[in-house]
Design a protein around this ligand. Structure first.
Ligand SMILES: [Zn+2]
Length: 701
């Protein structure tokens, strides 16, 4: 009997990869370089590719299943996940200790507690069968949660297989969180993409865990800490079951359980402490109220648990909370100050975002003079006004925010704040999509947007102007040579030759200044050539929101000229195949902005083609659902509106924005509103998600 060599090496590699994942993702102390780690992973992948029979679900290569999932089935927890009672003051902490000692009938002066940092994330429960991860579920309502196994598997801190874990089935509970650095990176990316920002790492973690694409989840850099071991309820006598989650049958104390979890390779937050008596607990809380700011994750308090598991069983639980634990909440880092005025910032996507200009105030180690107000809706909901005294709050590295106005300090002459209806930078009318909170400037030439707009205009799929890259765009704007797309067509070649640009060296990230020289002449030639591009490229290049390459081509084919497109009504726009209310609304907003009209006139005067030579769309609509009109309303349990729309459009159906007699079907999810009422009034067929899915399936044949 001999094990074949590949299997041996495979086992060795898996252990190595897991070891280094642990060093990196749990202990923050890598032993090898990223390249070295990648080399191990690649060797493992290579062997597995050669011997597919040897691939197992717990191999580190199998974290991402590859395909987006359909939805999250509901699962029941082995033992309900209770929440904890809260303590906010030292006195409340001592009262908790008092209750513990009284209920336990203890004469002793000090009970042993374990104090752990409370991670501000999303609660999860992991199930391991004979040391193999078989399920990950969210807390949900405590009794039932959602099965998020595919997403949990992508979290590198969580082992797919335990190192020397106990046999049989165990459930481990803890939190999934987003490290602050990942949060900052993610919001930067979202800002660049023009998407709404997440308000805090907890929302971002929760949003990520509910994403249906595990490949995307794996990129977000989620972390995890686990802190509770739950035994199978069947393995314990019924009498014990009524007193709340029983703990570790492997150790007599919680502190030993934590050590056991860590020794099995599970991530355990390392700063926990065993405290003798409540005074030590109070000191721990005091200490971390300040120190927590230096952690790389958000914590909003300390969880205090009785260490002795036998004592816990005696204490039991109320209907809502275990009696043997409480959560001490750190005092919020809040302060009062005066809101001098509400100002608006314009981002590179044209988003106009309000923010607070404050009377400077010192909070948690730094002076704050500005704070976020999120969006106009939020300001209206909280009725925050200029001149108000406001409560501001600082949480970790996150930008401070205005929590609420102090109403009894409000000046008598104050007025509700109104979002300006024009762009702070260029004065164009602001516009926002239905169901969106962000107000955007739709002026393609808005100076705040110009840099991004020009890069997009010149990009390969748009006007395809080679050589018109970032650094040249910067110079053209800086030197005042270009204020809109049309100015490009009046650039002077000799002027451009003398221009000094400073592209970044991708290796060192240093700017390398040089004269543009001959390249300048080439760029001017490229620009001149782009005059003859088809209208579809121009439409895409204009940067109309929601109009991608494909929609641009569709619009060009259908409307033939830019004038006809810009004059088309909301309804006429939707007669184009695959154009729904979102795109139609966006094209209207663009065309209604006089500055965009002026830009188009300038482009025409510069000789840019505004007609298409693409063939007209086929006269007869194709697809099994051709001629059918659908309206979507409410939230579908397992698909986004975009997904539903695109599957309908692929089958030739039209998706409209409002219900009328011409509507064939209304697809209604939860929280469906007036559209559903209207559908019922008009007797239009209403489909829930299941009926909708089966209709799509049937149409696919
Ligand atoms: Zn603007």
């Amino acid at each position: 009997m001999s094990t074949p060599p590949p299997a041996l090496r495979l086992k060795e590699l898996r252990d190595l990869v897991r070891h280094h994942e642990e060093r990196y993702y749990i202990h923050n102390a890598p032993e090898i370089s990223d390249e070295e780690f990648d080399r191990l992973l690649h060797e493992l992948e290579a062997i597995e590719a050669e011997y597919p029979d040897l691939v197992t679900a717990d191999s580190p290569t199998q974290r991402v299943a590859g395909r987006p999932i359909q939805g999250f089935p509901t699962v029941e927890h082995l033992v309900p996940m209770l929440s904890l009672d809260n303590a906010y003051t030292d006195a409340e902490l001592r009262a908790f200790d008092e209750r513990v000692r009284k209920a336990a009938g203890l004469d002793v002066a000090a009970v042993s507690y374990v104090a752990e940092l409370k991670i501000d994330g999303l609660s999860i429960a992991l199930t391991y069968d004979d040391s193999r991860l078989v399920r990950g579920a969210t807390r949900g309502d405590g009794v039932r949660g959602e099965d998020v196994t595919a997403n949990v598997r992508t979290i590198r801190a969580i082992p797919l297989a335990l190192r020397c874990g106990p046999p049989g089935r165990i459930e481990v509970r803890g939190e999934v969180y987003l490290p602050r650095a990942s949060f900052a990176r993610m919001n930067r990316d979202r800002e660049t993409a023009g998407e709404t920002l997440f308000q805090n790492p907890r929302n971002a973690a929760a949003g990520t865990m509910r994403n249906l694409d595990p490949a995307l989840v794996s990129k977000r850099g989620l972390g995890s800490y686990l802190y509770q071991l739950v035994a199978r309820p069947r393995s314990r006598p019924a009498a014990e079951r009524s007193v709340g989650p029983a703990e570790d049958p492997f150790a007599p104390t919680h502190s030993e359980t934590l050590r056991a979890l860590a020794s099995w390779g599970l991530p355990v937050e390392p700063h926990w402490k065993r405290c003798e008596g409540i005074s030590q607990v109070a000191e721990f809380c005091q200490e971390w109220a300040e120190k927590r700011l230096a952690l790389d994750f958000d914590t909003d308090g300390v969880v205090i648990k009785v260490d002795d598991l036998a004592l816990r069983t005696r204490l039991g639980a109320t209907a809502k909370f275990p009696r043997w634990a409480t959560a001490f909440k750190f005092p919020a880092q809040q302060a009062h100050t005066r809101l001098r005025r509400i100002d608006v910032n314009v981002g590179r996507t044209g988003a106009n975002t309000p923010f607070a200009v404050l009377e400077p105030v010192f909070v948690a180690g730094s002076t704050i003079s500005m704070a976020t107000l999120h969006n106009a809706d939020d300001i209206a909901r909280k009725d925050i006004r200029e001149g108000d005294t406001v409560v501001i709050e600082k949480a970790g590295d996150v930008i401070p925010k205005v929590v609420a106005p102090v109403l009894n300090l409000r000046p008598p002459d104050s007025q509700p704040w109104k979002m300006p209806d024009t762009c702070k930078v260029c004065g164009s009318r602001l516009h926002r999509d239905e169901e969106e909170v962000v107000w955007r400037c739709e002026n393609s030439s808005c100076p705040a947007r110009l840099r991004r707009s020009l890069e997009h205009f010149a990009s390969r799929s748009a006007m395809n102007i080679e050589g018109l890259g970032e650094s040249l765009v910067d110079q053209l704007i800086e030197q005042g040579l270009v204020h809109d797309f049309a100015d490009l067509y009046h650039l002077d070649a000799s002027r451009l030759e003398d221009l000094v640009v400073a592209p970044r060296d991708p290796k060192s990230d240093r700017a390398l200044p040089r004269k543009l020289g001959k390249v300048g002449r080439n760029v001017v030639e490229q620009i001149a050539r782009s005059r003859n591009n088809d209208l579809s490229r121009l439409i895409y290049g204009l940067g109309i929101r929601h109009v991608g390459e494909k929609a641009a081509a569709t619009l060009a084919r259908h409307f033939r000229t830019l004038d006809r497109l810009m004059d088309a009504s909301f309804e006429q726009l939707q007669t184009a195949p695959e154009v729904g209310p979102v795109v139609a609304e966006s094209v209207r907003a663009f065309s209604d902005e006089p500055r965009n009209r002026a830009l188009v006139d300038k482009l025409k005067a510069a000789g840019v083609t505004t007609t298409t030579s693409l063939p007209e769309p086929a006269a007869v609509d194709a697809g099994p659902l051709a001629g059918k009109t659908f309206v979507l309303t409410g939230t579908l349990p397992s698909m986004t509106r975009e997904e539903a729309t695109s599957s309908l459009e692929q089958l030739g159906a039209k998706v409209a924005g409002s219900v009328s007699r011409k509507t064939h079907y209304v697809v209604a999810g939860s929280d469906a509103g007036s559209k559903l009422d209207k559908a019922r009034q008009l007797g239009v067929d209403v489909l829930d998600e299941e009926a909708f899915r089966s209709l799509i399936m049937k149409a696919h044949g």
